[in-house]
Design a protein around this ligand. Structure first.
Ligand code: GRF
Length: 206
């Protein structure tokens, strides 16, 4: 009996390199028990949308400003997810806030990739390059990336996977960010998606 796959949605805001890593992992058979069925962007011009288009993945843009309130914004995202029968929600470079209404509604089904070894350099104000600036300012010799479940606390949910990355003398935030993406984020996010998709697909098949 062909096991049904978990339906995966990827929420994006910018370049979409983590989305690309997921698409490449799906194409390479690394992600076998999940199918990337929907991309949702909260920015009209997110390059991640071009990546979804190139991979023929349906995409929607949900704009907080146009919808007028955080609740309307989150309800619009929820409607898109529910319309598409999504099982697993992946925040990949997604920069919008999601309230406890959302994280409770999809409890245990939302994961995020953060570019540090949580609990270091995470929480309010730690995102994108700022994470790497803080790691360099602190002088850590090792940093990395974390995939974790999303709850109401920024970067506070249970940790799923982590991968360490060396920091080298002379590293700039940009150089470190790229190394953390290449050596950690783009590896552990697909691995986590496959692991959770396998669990969810088995439940669907049961
Ligand atoms: C990455 O560093 C990711 O960890 C962070 O946002 C940055 C850009 O992600 N959350 P992407 O290239 O848009 O996937």
């Amino acid at each position: 009996m062909t096991e049904r796959k978990a339906r995966v949605a990827v929420l994006v805001s910018g370049g979409g390199t983590n989305l690309q890593a997921l698409l490449d992992a799906q194409a390479a058979g690394v992600i076998r028990h999940g199918e990337i069925a929907l991309v949702i962007a909260n920015k009209q011009d997110a390059y991640a949308l071009r990546r979804a288009e190139a991979a023929n993945v349906p995409a929607r843009v949900v704009l907080r400003k146009a919808l007028g309130s955080q609740q309307a914004f989150e309800e619009a995202i929820a409607r898109a997810l529910d319309d598409e029968g999504i099982d697993l929600i992946v925040l990949a470079g997604f920069m919008a806030i999601l309230s406890q209404w959302f994280t409770d509604r999809y409890s245990g089904r939302v994961i995020n990739v953060h570019p540090s070894l949580i609990p270091s350099f995470c929480g309010e104000g730690y995102y994108g390059l700022r994470v790497h600036q803080a790691a360099l300012a602190r002088g850590v010799k090792v940093t990395g990336a974390t995939v974790h479940f999303v709850n109401e606390v920024p970067d506070g949910g249970p940790i799923i996977l982590q991968k360490a990355v060396r920091v080298y003398p002379g590293d700039t935030p940009e150089k470190l960010q790229l190394r953390v993406m290449k050596q950690a984020e783009w590896k552990i996010l697909p691995a986590a998606v496959e692991m959770l998709s396998k669990q969810m697909a088995a439940q669907k098949g049961a």
